[in-house]
Design a protein around this ligand. Structure first.
Ligand SMILES: [Zn+2]
Length: 90
């Protein structure tokens, strides 16, 4: 059973990978780790490089901003929920 959680303190997407800064819930140490871009949004199990405990981390998703930067035509989100036209009343 996995009982150690690696909390993502900060992360950054590059062209090649996802760079994360993680905190181990077991030893409280902060470390950095790189993940493949494919692992975006997934829960990954690995061993803490500091205390060696097996734990898991939730890899963050790219933000909309980061997404725009790298994949311009990826599933555009449109905001069109019934905007009423204003009528000019005299
Ligand atoms: Zn640890």
């Amino acid at each position: 059973m996995v009982n150690t959680i690696f909390r993502v303190q900060s992360h950054k997407f590059t062209q090649e990978n996802i760079q994360t800064t993680l905190v181990c819930s077991n030893c409280d140490e902060v470390f950095t780790k790189e993940f493949l871009l494919d692992l975006e949004g997934q829960t990954i199990e690995f061993k803490c490089p500091v205390c060696g405990n097996l734990g898991e981390a939730d890899i963050p998703y790219k933000t909309a901003e980061e997404r725009e930067e790298f994949e311009e035509d990826f599933d555009e989100v449109t905001e069109e929920d019934g905007v009423d036209e204003f009528e000019d009343d005299f």
